[in-house]
Design a protein. Structure first.
Length: 199
């Protein structure tokens, strides 16, 4: 993942507002994914472009929240975009706190709603979809599965021959990821409030 940056070169407040900005850019389209992105074969469209921008911005928001929290906890902040690997750098106690918050947010905002989309590139016949099997079990699993969203979705226009089958699949667990943004942001803000209260 590369060498971590020095702990002394991070502005927590600036990092937080940047993470919030990437999240805000993604949010308006999230509610429209189900109606704007139709099932079945499609030519590239504005909606596909919107979906790619949402995936990239949402993944980057999660990344910035995690890196902000790591800096706030005075942990080493690794370089790289892999959400699962970054999340595992957070101390276990704090991950447990985030997991609890994330589950509450998922139940409140996404219970009974579809929060996953799969995009397949390949032959013109309809692929066999498997995003129902990608159950949201815990945040660690979501972030491990979503580790390369930032990298893979922003280059979705590139196609390489798949190793198995006729398609390349791109999964976006957008309900779980936007909930992760909120849960990690809550953890950051609670610590910021604690710092203010001690002053």
């Amino acid at each position: 993942m590369g060498q971590p940056l020095s702990r002394h070169h991070r502005d927590i407040g600036a990092a937080l507002v940047c993470a919030e900005a990437f999240q805000r850019v993604a949010e308006p389209f999230l509610a429209r994914i189900a109606e704007d992105v139709k099932e079945g074969p499609q030519a590239p469209s504005r909606e596909l472009g919107d979906l790619v921008a949402v995936a990239s911005n949402l993944a980057f928001a999660v990344e910035l929240y995690i890196k902000t929290l790591l800096a706030q906890l005075e942990q080493d902040v690794p370089r790289g975009h892999n959400l699962g690997k970054l999340y595992w750098q957070i101390p276990r106690k704090v991950r447990d706190e985030i997991e609890k918050s994330w589950r509450e947010i998922m139940k409140r905002d996404w219970f009974g709603k579809r929060g996953i989309i799969t995009f397949a590139k390949g032959a013109p016949d309809t692929p066999k979809w498997n995003d129902k099997a990608r159950r949201v079990i815990c945040l660690e699993d979501v972030l491990d599965r979503s580790g390369d969203v930032f990298s893979s979705w922003r280059y979705i226009y590139e196609f390489t021959e798949p190793n198995q089958g006729n398609y390349q699949f791109h999964h976006l667990e957008y309900g779980a990821l936007i909930s992760a943004c909120e849960a990690i942001r809550n953890a950051i803000n609670e610590r910021l409030q604690g710092d203010r209260d001690r002053k």
